[in-house]
Design a protein around this ligand. Structure first.
Ligand code: NAP
Ligand code: MG
Length: 498
């Protein structure tokens, strides 16, 4: 018998039931409308059309959510649940996401615009993130230090920090939300999540699954709404013990200021302006592919996007021509079309922002080698863009564009000190990429680049076992790995005179 190709599921049938619902806030285990009764439009960036409405939570809703999280942490069943209990719930949530993976991926693609293939990958990653962190639940240990005083028994305890406020961006919505939830819950914290207003849908769907798999009421609360007032109220709230924020550096600084009121702990995953450095001995085909993918993936709306491309002058034309060729061939379209490689930008505002940067680059003397224009028609589509003749003083080189725009610059000598200086000539320090076959050179550079991640010859993308975060103005703290879970704990020293 011939193998049958199963038809693609009808996306509208898959998500229609969910979209037809009235979307509410998830507080204390129940779905409730915003106190104000207000909602906001959810837009599909591939069409510009409103396809759902979400509840616009405000300060009063945040307050209720924080109270629920406080109660669940201090006196609810979460406070007495043991580590295997937390582990099992995280596993169950991972299973539930996996079971509904196609629905999650479709919602994510419609809401954010990303190609369905990428959304599937992100959803699978979210399940994996929960399982990875589930493993940590029973492995959070203190120590028995050796102290100088005789006749004492001392030890340290790692205790959950308490109520965590998680504020997340729109570029990989579910994955960003789950990254915070998984580590915080593994450590024993409770959470109030404020997802990005541009992409609230997968967070709401996640809330339904959190209720279904049996998390006690108040352990996770989800308040959709705007940065101001909802995010701001969370950052200011005196009964929140930690804010974990992913987003722009500007808002990150406002979070730090808001946190000063009760000196809540703050973790920040912020922007980047990551260098890609290509040496002449590299496998140039792979370097070209990596450079193109590193800036055009998710339309460049990636915090680790390789947006400053430094290429040794002897291979500059070859590498830049290669990236330009890839840009020309890239299939730009709706994320729901099966052959789409690059979707729209997330919003009209983001389209204007990226267009504004390209214009400013042109005015400052940059050459638009390919792209540079929005794609006419409905939706917020931008052409993949390569800028040359750029230099360190230009806004396009200094500031994060968060779009499919790379600035190519030649490296005109072989002096390592100068190359290090070029790479580090930025306020940011999130990621970096080195392409060379010279192992010694790669490791020397890896030690000298001021960034939380160094990828040599492509390296690996995200892996939950690798700490992730930024140097300099790319943030405070690390997510993932042991460090990511321990970031949701406090250490207590106990000493006993014997
Ligand atoms: P954003 O404007 O900083 O927003 C991030 C989150 O903060 C959203 O939920 C936003 O709500 C909320 N927010 C806005 N103003 C706030 C305030 N005053 N107080 C508290 N919360 C507030 O960033 P974005 O535009 O969503 O995302 C793009 C940026 O995030 C880029 O700069 C990118 O580099 C960075 N990013 C970093 C990482 C990383 O891991 N390092 C990952 C992804 C993105 P609204 O949705 O209502 O605005
Ligand atoms: Mg949307």
């Amino acid at each position: 018998m011939n193998a049958q190709i199963s038809p693609r599921p009808d996306p509208h049938a898959l998500v229609g039931g969910f979209l037809a619902r009235t979307h509410e806030l998830f507080i204390d285990g129940k779905f409730v409308p915003a106190q104000s009764g207000q909602t906001f439009d959810v837009i599909n960036p591939a069409t510009g059309e409103v396809f759902a409405k979400a509840a616009a939570g405000g300060a009063a809703d945040i307050d209720l959510a924080v109270k629920a999280a406080r109660k669940a942490f201090d006196s609810g069943p979460w406070s007495t649940l043991n580590a295997p209990g937390r582990r099992n719930l995280l596993w169950k949530l991972a299973d539930a996401i996996e079971k509904n993976a196609e629905e999650f991926a479709t919602l994510e693609s419609m809401d954010n615009g990303m190609p369905l293939m990428m959304a599937r990958f992100a959803v699978a990653g979210s399940a994996e993130c929960l399982r990875y962190n589930a493993g940590w639940a029973g492995k959070i240990n203190g120590e028995t230090p050796t102290i100088s005083a005789p006749n004492h028994h001392v030890y340290t305890l790692r205790e959950p920090i308490g109520v965590v406020g998680a504020i997340t961006p729109w570029n990989f919505p579910l994955a960003m939300e789950v990254a915070k939830l998984a580590s915080a819950l593994a450590a024993g914290c409770t959470v109030v999540l404020k997802p990005a207003e541009l992409t609230p849908l997968t967070a709401i769907r996640l809330g339904q699954l959190i209720a279904e798999v049996g998390f006690p009421a108040g352990v996770v609360n989800i308040v959709t709404g705007f940065g101001d007032p909802a995010g701001k109220a969370l950052a200011l709230h005196p009964d929140v013990d930690k804010i974990s924020f992913t987003g722009s550096t500007a808002v990150g600084k406002s979070i730090v200021a808001a946190a000063a009121g009760n000196l809540k702990r703050v973790a920040l995953e912020l922007g980047g302006k990551s260098p890609v450095i290509v040496f002449p001995d590299a496998d140039l085909e792979r370097a070209i592919g990596g450079a193109a993918d590193g800036i055009f993936r998710n339309s460049g709306q990636v915090c680790v996007a390789g947006s400053r491309l430094f290429v040794h002058q002897s291979v500059f034309d070859k590498v830049v021509d290669g990236v330009v060729e890839r840009a020309k061939k890239l299939k730009v379209g709706s994320g729901m079309e099966p052959d789409t490689q690059m979707g729209p930008l997330v919003s009209q505002k983001q389209l204007e922002r990226v267009s504004g940067y390209i214009q400013s680059g042109s005015e400052e003397g940059a050459e638009v080698v390919v792209g540079g224009k929005r794609v006419e028609g409905k939706g917020y589509f931008m052409q993949p863009t390569v800028l040359a003749q750029t230099n360190r003083d230009m806004k396009v080189v200094r500031e994060e564009i968060f779009g499919p725009v790379v600035c190519a610059m030649p490296i005109d000598d072989d002096d390592l000190d100068r190359i290090v200086k070029l790479a580090n000539d930025t306020d940011y320090g999130l990621s970096s990429n080195i392409w060379t076959r010279d192992i010694s050179l790669a490791h020397k550079l890896a030690r000298r680049i001021k960034a939380g991640t160094v990828r040599v010859n492509g390296g690996v993308g995200l892996d939950y076992a690798l700490p992730f975060g930024g140097y300099k103005q790319s943030g405070w703290g690390r997510e993932n790995a042991r460090e990511g879970v321990e970031a949701y704990t406090e250490i207590k020293s106990v000493s006993v005179a014997l």
